[in-house]
Design a protein. Structure first.
Length: 188
């Protein structure tokens, strides 16, 4: 919080001193501090700043990791180079990645509210005829692909209790490992 206040007040020298006094406890924190230091150089003189190859590689390598704070490195990399860092993210804990075939069943499901607020339950509506044919499983994944919730859908309209989650989530409805429907869910 202190660091954020210094940054928003444009007290860059003070914020940099605070940042350099931090002792990182993880690879993610170490990368974040390194990228922040480079970002500070840019902020102190945006028009005269020149990104050198060492700093460019530092930011790129931090942004290519699947760590919680790596998104900041990708944002800074895009800001300073105009280029994006794309990640190959396998979906739904599937070792085959996102190449899995998806059946055309999108119109048979309705998931709401979206966006939703934290602690709000989700409602899933399933076509009754379709529900009687299969036993679909409702799954929620975070942005890192970790499975957070898995429930079998048994009713035409079912409420799913959501834990205290926020941010971008991915929802899939699956049967026997095949994805029948998927969508993004934004939790505010």
């Amino acid at each position: 919080m202190t660091y954020s206040l210094m940054m928003s007040a444009k007290e860059y020298a003070r914020a940099l001193a605070f940042l350099q006094a931090l002792i990182p406890t993880s690879e993610d924190e170490f990368d974040f501090i390194e990228v922040q230091e480079i970002y500070h150089q840019y902020l102190t003189d945006p028009t005269g700043y020149n990104l050198n190859n060492t700093d460019r590689n530092t930011i790129y390598n931090a942004g290519n990791k699947r760590l919680e704070l790596a998104g900041f490195a990708r944002k800074v990399y895009h800001l300073l180079t105009g280029e994006r860092i794309f990640l190959d993210v396998p979906m739904y804990d599937d070792p085959r990645g996102a190449t899995r075939e998806v059946e055309e069943a999108v119109t048979k499901f309705n998931i709401y509210p979206n966006p939703s607020i934290q602690n709000a339950d989700l409602t899933i509506e399933v076509d009754a005829d379709f529900l009687s044919e299969i036993n679909p499983v409702f799954k929620v994944y975070n942005a890192q692909g970790q499975l957070l919730i898995a429930n079998t859908l048994r009713n035409k309209q079912q409420t799913v209790v959501m834990p205290d989650l926020s941010g971008l989530l991915f929802i899939s409805i699956e049967r026997d490992g095949a994805v029948l429907h998927s969508q993004k869910l934004i939790r505010l």
